[in-house]
Design a binder for this molecule. Sequence first.
Ligand code: AMP
Length: 217
Amino acid sequence: MRKYVIMGVQGSGKGTQAKMLREDLDLVHISVGDIFRWHVRQHTKIGAQVKRAMAAGELVGDDLVAEVVRRRLGIHDWNYGFVIDGFPRNGRQAEFFMESYDIDAVIHLELPDDEVRRRVLSRRLCPNCGMDYNLIADRPEVEGRCDICGHGLITRADDTPEALEARLTDYHEKTRPVLELFRRKEVVHDVDGRPPVDEVQSAIRKTLGLSGYRADG
Ligand code: AMP
């Protein structure tokens, strides 16, 4: 059983790296942002509560976040473990989490703010099947269309320059202290988020003492 948290500013590749770990290690990937986006799409009560904060790039209230995480982990479909992404984002969330679950490792993807801006503002999403694209590194074959389902691509409502600046400020102010908290428990593994995706995945495997990524042969 492996219980991992993956942290890093938006655009650092958390989601991509978490999905690669999930596929190879049979982990459940839990993205709090994806859960909220699902609620917004489905027009649920939670969706109505989080829509405005999300569009502005602000954090959703801690109680609601804790409730969503508790419910998701309460499903207990994670026989081999989980990798959680986008949580905890501040001290209160970290305290709730550490009281309830032991964490084996925190993977911290490091990326300078300028690189974050470059990446995030070129990010595109298929609202139909959820596939992510990036106009710099991972372009769709036909401009503006999803390679998988052909649906038109959109920019995430919170990937505007204003929302991004709000999230960067929030990250530095609130999420950094969470990292410091985890550092005191000696579970943090710092990984450079700048290299290509496969190299970052290999570095994560190495520092966690896992078998090599398949691209390593
Ligand atoms: P993400 O996909 O992780 O960038 O999350 C998208 C948005 O969902 C964030 O900008 C917040 O509005 C909200 N959100 C996701 N995770 C959290 C969290 N742990 N605490 C508060 N808000 C969150």
